[in-house]
Design a protein around this ligand. Structure first.
Ligand SMILES: [Zn+2]
Length: 121
């Protein structure tokens, strides 16, 4: 189930990613809240997660898509130096949020929620 206000698509670099809101993490394995499929340009996220876990999972999967968009992804991800990570963050996240202002509003709303039930499955 898609959370209220959550995006259906986002722009990640030159790609439009579909966000597939699902109701269970079962298909992902027990320790995953979502997944990013580069070849399908699709991010799957569990829409049943608490606000804080959803905020975390959304950024996590977009980061994966961003690595791919910038040419760093796939299974051969190198170990990055801290400066590389900082440069990526400084370039990628402003671009992503400028391209997806409604997603930013939704994501910020997640951070504003009291979330005492943050560890529900
Ligand atoms: Zn991951």
């Amino acid at each position: 189930m898609k959370p209220p206000g959550a995006p259906d698509t986002v722009r990640v670099g030159a790609m439009d990613y579909k966000i597939d809101w699902v109701d269970s993490t079962c298909s992902f394995g027990t320790d995953r809240y979502g997944e990013c499929c580069y070849t399908e340009s699709t991010i799957r996220l569990n829409g049943q997660l608490s606000a804080q876990l959803l905020a975390q999972g959304f950024i996590h999967e977009i980061q994966h898509a961003g690595w791919d968009a910038m040419g760093y992804a796939r299974d051969s991800e190198p170990r990055f130096k801290s400066e590389d990570v900082a440069v990526f963050a400084g370039n990628f996240w402003p671009m992503f949020w400028r391209n997806n202002p409604e997603a930013l509003k939704w994501w910020l709303s997640l951070l504003a929620k009291e979330d005492v039930d943050a560890h529900k499955p």
